[in-house]
Write a protein that binds this ligand. Structure first.
Ligand SMILES: *[C@@H]1O[C@H](CO)[C@@H](O)[C@H](O)[C@H]1NC(C)=O
Ligand SMILES: *[C@@H]1O[C@H](CO)[C@@H](O)[C@H](O)[C@H]1NC(C)=O
Length: 179
């Protein structure tokens, strides 16, 4: 398992250097926000289900007390049988996570264009505030070359002082890119 994780990690690093259109496209299906410290309040607009809403961060998220981890799951058939994928985020400080994994969200949520979430400058602590996200469709240019088709779920767990204080569960749908 460690070997697989390490290999995927290297693949992700290599991929992250290459921003190209991929053979697949993705759209949002659902976003389930639980917990009070980081609370996403979103809805989806139009047939493309563009992300719209806000995220309310109610405390400054410093790198000592706040940590997170994430796992991903794939359901190719749509039958609800999600299988754990080797794309995961090991438990780390929230600042480190934003720095290491921000690349996957940067094209979708562009600072100053459709959000004021400060991904670009990587502030630490991440300041509390009410940030907006407007009409954002998923841009996969910075994502891995190969992704499974079908339903793909990311589950991020947030901890404060090593106690779980919230989870974000996001489901997207991945399909072959239409020209
Ligand atoms: C989209 O989100 C923005 C920012 O949070 C909000 O002002 C606007 O009312 C939302 N639009 C819709 C249609 O929900
Ligand atoms: C949202 O984005 C779509 C596609 O880019 C565009 O057609 C639409 O006008 C936008 N809506 C708003 C409210 O900005």
């Amino acid at each position: 398992m460690q070997m697989i994780k390490f290999y995927v990690f290297l693949t992700l690093i290599a991929d992250s250097c290459m921003s190209f259109p991929k053979s697949y496209q993705a759209r949002f299906v659902s976003w389930n926000s639980k917990g009070s410290i980081v609370d996403f309040r979103v809805r989806f607009l139009g047939r493309e289900r563009r992300l719209n809403g806000s995220v309310i961060i109610s405390e400054d998220l410093d790198s000592k007390r706040f940590t997170m981890s994430a796992e991903t799951y794939s359901d190719v058939s749509g039958g609800g049988d999600y299988k754990l994928m080797p794309f995961s985020m090991p438990h780390q400080s929230i600042c480190q996570a934003a720095k290491n994994y921000g690349i996957y969200f940067r094209a979708t949520l562009k600072y100053g264009v459709n959000t004021d979430i400060p991904f670009e400058s990587n502030p630490c602590p991440i300041p509390k505030g009410n940030y907006y996200m407007k009409n954002a469709s998923i841009e996969t240019d910075d994502w891995p070359y190969i992704m499974p088709r079908g339903y793909f779920k990311g589950v991020a767990k947030f901890k404060k002082d090593n106690k779980v204080v919230g989870t974000q569960e996001v489901v997207i749908f991945i399909e072959d890119r239409t020209p």
